[in-house]
Design a protein around this ligand. Structure first.
Ligand code: 4AD
Ligand code: MG
Length: 477
């Protein structure tokens, strides 16, 4: 007999057949009704136990969290709340659970508590829904690029170049940190380290992805990246996953079109394929918002928000226009911002980004043409000599979702910029080589995967959309 999943059984196609199902007990009511879940769907299947003909010792072992195998007949449900249920014939306890100590009780737990029990939190409705959506989004991303003829490229996790400048790095070393070899000057002698040089965990695969774009044309990476900033916010992780497409012969306008089409496509994928999980998370969010003052509640429900993004054009606004809006807006004039915008050139903080998307434009915004000195060295300098072809995509409730740019393709300009910020040309010889041999306009961007999962699930803390979050002072599991 084939073992089916709860999600398959709930379709009702095996009605009146004998079936076997394995899963974990969510609840056991009145010595009779087991709510069983196996992770295949947000829904449980009800299994009705004939307690008069079931061994008492077995009944006692049907507790929340126990793993069981049930054989029985799928029948139309007698009660309300489900269309089918299982009339249990035999029940095997595969793995007992201790109801006294099992952390996931059938009641509401705080997200903080569940984070401490991240190894078991996917046994809850909320986290199983979030992680199924995470998986689905991840599939949709690969699918989008595959259908659009991009090659999936694996960029290195350990990097010997520390020039990207996207953030503080975690060092990787094979040296004895208590007693490292020193050179004549007393500094650590990295020529004796494992790779013969100083190495770190990567902050981004972009520079390597550029090399493949300049030969394979359209590539993307989807891998873990690491940043050692000590920023304890609800939107930062020390280890997060990033998607970075990079395309030859594509300018900034093409980059914006790609990013917008890509984001809409993956959001449409979950709207079509993950309805039940989204409906559950939408209700969760509504319940959570009931405790907030009316003013802070969002006007749109989760699914409405996703549809809104999928169906409407993103607003494209230059940095210069954005500064004008911000300089003259109420919170700036009334000094409500922590950082007051006084003049062109100011770096935008998340309070400003959120004002633009949430209060002013009320839709995703693509900001472009930023001042050169607040953006990375590799971004293409505009003819005005002071702005670069950068773009950030800002989302309501999230802030920065995507960061990208058209890359500087002119060797002399690139070297000039590297010099200005003290990057050794020799260090990035392979990167400048791309500008020596068949250089061309090219562009790309990085999407923070967890920020996308936050938006798609309505979760408010990035620690709750990745299985085992790494943040300052925390690397449990
Ligand atoms: O803006 P960032 O730093 O851009 C880059 O790394 C470029 N090399 C990307 C490229 O052009 N190929 O990071 C890209 C995105 C951000 O927009 C944000 O969504 C996410 O990565 N991100 C983080 N997500 C979680 N935790 C952090 N600490 C993050 N830092 C950036
Ligand atoms: Mg950025």
């Amino acid at each position: 007999m084939k073992s089916l999943s709860v999600s398959e059984l709930l379709k009702g196609e095996q009605l009146l057949q004998e079936i076997t199902i394995k899963g974990w007990v969510r609840t056991f009511r009145a010595n009779r009704f087991i709510a069983l879940n196996d992770g295949s769907t947000i829904n449980n299947i009800q299994c009705v136990v004939d307690f008069e003909n079931t061994d008492e010792t077995v009944l006692k072992r049907i507790t929340t969290g126990a793993a069981v195998a049930i054989t029985g007949t799928l029948i139309e449900s007698q009660g309300k709340g489900q269309s089918v249920e299982i009339e249990v014939k035999t029940i095997d306890i595969l793995g007992d659970s201790d109801p006294e100590t099992y952390p996931i009780q059938p009641k509401k737990h705080s997200f903080e508590f569940l984070r401490e029990n991240a190894h078991l939190r996917t046994r809850t409705n909320t986290f199983s829904a979030v992680m199924r959506l995470r998986s689905s989004l991840s599939f949709a991303i690969h699918n989008y690029f595959n259908q659009n003829n991009f090659y999936y490229m694996h960029t290195p996790i350990i990097t010997g170049s520390d020039a990207e400048g996207a953030g503080e790095m975690f060092q990787v070393t094979g040296l004895d940190v208590k007693n490292p070899p020193l050179n004549d000057g007393g500094a650590i002698d990295y020529s004796k380290d494992f790779f013969g040089k100083e190495t770190n965990l990567t902050v981004s695969g972009q520079l390597e992805a550029e090399t493949y774009a300049m030969s394979l044309g359209k590539v993307y990476t989807f891998g873990p990246t690491f940043r050692a900033e000590n920023s304890n916010t609800s939107r930062h992780l020390s280890e997060f996953w990033m998607i970075e497409p990079e395309v030859a012969f594509m300018d900034l306008a093409g980059n914006m079109d790609l990013a917008e089409d890509f984001l809409k496509s993956v959001i449409n994928h979950i709207l079509e394929n993950n309805k039940e999980d989204l409906e559950f998370l939408e209700q969760r969010l509504l319940d959570e918002e009931k405790s907030k003052p009316q003013k802070e509640r969002s006007e749109l429900s989760l699914i409405e928000k996703l549809k809104f993004v999928a169906d409407n054009n993103f607003k494209r606004v230059s940095y210069t226009e954005a500064i004008d809006i911000l300089k003259n807006c109420k919170p700036n004039k009334k000094k409500k911002f922590n950082y007051i915008i006084e003049e062109w050139g100011a770096d935008l903080q998340s309070e400003h980004e959120r004002y633009l998307v949430e209060k002013h434009f009320k839709c995703p915004v693509i900001l472009f043409d930023y001042p050169a000195n607040i953006k990375a060295f590799y971004m293409r300098l505009n003819d005005d000599g002071k702005t670069v072809r950068a773009m950030d995509i800002l989302f309501p409730g999230i802030g920065e979702m995507v960061g990208g740019a058209q890359r500087e393709e002119r060797l002399d300009v690139l070297i000039e910029k590297m010099k200005a910020i003290g990057i050794d040309e020799k260090e990035l010889w392979w990167y400048t080589d791309l500008r020596k041999y068949g250089s061309a306009v090219h562009s790309g961007f990085g999407l923070g995967f967890e920020r996308l999962v936050m938006f798609a699930t309505g979760m408010g803390n990035i620690r709750d959309v990745i299985p085992f979050p790494r943040t300052p002072q925390n690397a449990e599991f």
